[in-house]
Write a protein that binds this ligand. Structure first.
Ligand code: UT7
Length: 323
């Protein structure tokens, strides 16, 4: 018998304000055609004034708990992947803990930018497999609209806000790839690429800062590294692309998503795509895609999923799981 971290609930939250590409045409030298053709993005959601990452994360977490039919005190730990916490500290995860009314357990943030949810899933899995937790809420939540330079057309049209969450539970499996739950993980980072994607603020400047990205340079790394990490994770899980039902990629750019699927030999009909409606929501994009993909009827219990993501750091990774 093997312990497996099985998804027993999922949910998401998107702020109500939807901004279409055309809205940027009034203030920037850009247009809907450029944004759509270069990135696949058509619209994104932006948080309301005063709406924070922890509030959106709490809404997504509540939806995941409701989906599982459980309450906050049934959970041992909260791991929140975010690069846009409400404050430098305490962690946004502890704010979610308080907002959920959870009076026991522990909570912390994981910061691996767009790869954050994959890193958080791997950490949650490690806690479960080592017996330190039985149920872990894993959340990705971001308000990237707060770190946009609205005069920089090469970045501000690409990102959006939102949150998604899954609830993992320790269950026993047979130790085969037929088990439900997380079957393998693969994490990577390479700090030499820091200048490709970063925020120019923090304790070194005393400001919050703005996101800066050399998009075409990040693009050059993306497809190869994503296909490699997904392949490594599949090998570790003992599965091949033919076994996979759905790729649930980080939603940064439809061309990266297509290029990676192509390299993995998987058709786009087996890829969950939400980038057109959400833009790039960084660590929130994979749990949003999982929840939306499930609601659309794409992802069903028993399906074999590969998630993969890359972002600032650079940091990248993949998780193979059976839903
Ligand atoms: O999620 C974290 C990881 N991030 C990513 O994965 C993002 C990866 N990168 C990308 O998605 C793409 O590189 C972008 C969508 C950011 C850009 O697409 P690209 O095909 O790499 O374009 P580019 O950066 O090479 O820019 C092409 C042209 C430039 O003009 P010139 O120099 O050719 O005259 C840009 O100035 O497009 C121009 N441009 C724009 N034009 C209209 C840049 N942004 C815009 C814009 N509207 N918003």
């Amino acid at each position: 018998m093997n312990t497996r971290s099985v998804v027993i609930g999922c949910g998401h939250y998107l702020p109500s304000r939807i901004v279409e590409n055309s809205e940027f045409e009034a203030t920037l030298d850009t247009n809907d055609e450029w944004i759509r053709s270069r990135s696949g993005i058509e619209r994104r959601h932006f948080a309301a004034e005063g709406e924070t990452t922890s509030q959106m994360a709490t809404a997504a977490a509540r939806a995941a708990l409701d989906d599982a039919g459980l309450g906050a005190d049934d959970v041992d730990a909260i791991i929140l992947a975010t690069s846009t916490p409400d404050l430098t500290f305490p962690s946004a995860a502890t704010m979610v803990q308080a907002q959920l009314g959870m009076t026991k357990g522990f909570a912390f943030d994981v910061q691996a930018v767009c790869a954050g949810f994959v890193f958080a899933l791997a950490n949650a899995n490690a806690l479960i497999l080592s017996g330190q937790a039985t149920r872990v809420l894993v959340i990705g939540a971001e308000t990237f609209s707060r770190i946009m330079d609205w005069t920089d057309r090469s970045t501000c049209v690409l990102f959006g806000d939102g949150a998604g969450a899954v609830l993992l539970e320790a269950q026993s499996g047979e130790g085969t790839a037929q088990d439900r739950g997380i079957l393998s993980t693969d994490l990577n980072s390479d700090g030499r690429h820091r200048d490709l994607l970063y925020v120019d603020g923090g304790t070194s400047t005393g400001t919050v800062g703005y996101l800066r990205m050399q998009g075409n340079q990040v693009f050059r790394h993306a497809v190869g590294k994503l296909a490699a990490t997904a392949t490594t994770a599949m090998e570790r899980a003992g599965v091949t692309p033919e076994d996979v039902d759905w790729v649930v990629p980080h939603q940064a750019n439809i061309r990266i998503i297509q290029g990676t699927a192509n390299k993995l030999n998987l058709p786009m009909s087996q890829v969950v795509v939400t980038v057109q409606d959400h833009g790039n929501t960084s660590a929130a994009s994979i749990p949003l895609a999982l929840s939306v993909g499930r609601d659309r009827g794409q992802i069903k219990q028993g399906d074999l999923l590969v998630t993969e993501a890359i972002g600032g750091g650079l940091a990248w990774g993949a998780v193979v799981l059976r839903w």
